[in-house]
Unconditional design. Structure first.
Length: 81
């Protein structure tokens, strides 16, 4: 496995999403630009990745709303006791 491929993998495996490589950064990475052939169209795969990311963001928002609702309910319950 080439060093540039290892570099891409390291960047993609970063735990913190804010520091992790974005799709646009991945597309511009030298490994993809130099070593991958362009005989296939990867746009359907990228669209799928974008949909997965959107779904994850939606779920995170839903979990946040659920958590806030539970905290409000708990604070109301504790005030009544």
């Amino acid at each position: 496995v080439s060093e540039t491929a290892r570099s891409v993998i390291r960047c993609l495996l970063v735990v913190d999403p804010k520091q992790r490589m974005s799709i646009d950064d991945f597309i511009e990475h030298p490994w993809l630009a130099n070593e991958v052939s362009y005989d296939r169209d990867i746009s359907p795969a990228l669209e799928g990745i974008r949909k997965i990311q959107a779904r994850r963001r939606l779920r995170a928002g839903q979990k946040a709303v659920h958590a806030v609702t539970r905290m409000k309910r708990l604070s109301v319950t504790s005030k009544n006791d």
